[in-house]
Design a protein around this ligand. Structure first.
Ligand code: SAM
Length: 209
């Protein structure tokens, strides 16, 4: 399977219609967390099974991974978990999908693709225009979590989010993880690999003010 997909490809201009909150989740009133670039969704399966008082949504640009994750969620009858295939920029910037962003309690960007070459920076998932859209539509008190093992990418993501005056960085020492989307600090696949190999992890949390 291809590891890297160019999100700017025209193939992603069209995307599936996202069902309503009631169609996606058994209890649509629960807090909603979105994981962007969820890959095969294993992280979200772990979270959804552990935290039945949250709803989890994953968006991923590799279609085969999403199809498999959707099938698995249906087979296991997990009702607080949903997956959407496509480029998150196109999906969430579409006015039909404003309701997703408005309903979110939190978003995670876990180990996004670094796209190291400067001419490929436009392919990075965190872009100023995208953060500006989130800043306009996310509700006050909602959170963005970023995590990566690439120091330069971390600096770029931090600078992009911090440049938006509606997002304020939180002091993690004072943060109550038990009330977050991931109270038991479940790890993503990339995170497990990074920890085994003793590579440093950089992370931050921002609140919409
Ligand atoms: C390095 S992987 C990390 C996967 C997972 N979050 C983890 O921590 O193990 C980054 C993922 O983001 C997905 N991705 C990259 N750009 C995306 C975009 N614009 N929209 C949706 N998914 C994207 C990639 O296909 C890939 O699965």
């Amino acid at each position: 399977m291809r590891q890297h997909v160019n999100p700017l490809s025209k193939n992603f201009n069209e995307f599936e219609k996202i069902p309503s909150m009631i169609e996606m989740f058994d209890d649509s009133k629960l807090n909603l967390h979105l994981d962007i670039g969820c890959a095969s969704g294993e992280f979200l399966f772990d979270l959804a099974l552990e935290n039945s008082n949250w709803n989890y949504l994953g968006i991923e640009i590799r279609e085969r991974l999403v199809n498999t994750a959707k099938l698995k969620a249906r087979e296991k009858e997990i009702k607080n978990l949903y997956f959407v295939f496509g480029n998150v920029h196109n999906i969430l910037s579409d006015f039909h999908n404003e309701f997703i962003v408005k309903n979110l309690k939190s978003i995670s960007f876990n180990f996004p693709d670094p796209w190291f070459k400067k001419r490929h920076y436009k392919r990075r998932v965190i872009q100023p225009e995208f953060i500006n859209m989130l800043s306009n539509f996310m509700k006050k008190g909602s959170f963005i979590y970023i995590k990566t093992d690439v120091k330069d990418l971390f600096a770029y993501m931090d600078c992009t989010i911090s440049s938006d005056c509606n997002f304020e960085k939180i002091d993690k020492k004072d943060f109550n993880y038990s009330e977050s989307f991931n109270p038991n600090k479940v790890q993503t696949n990339r995170e497990k690999y990074v920890l085994v190999n003793q590579i440093e992890i950089f992370e931050d949390i921002y609140i919409k003010t």
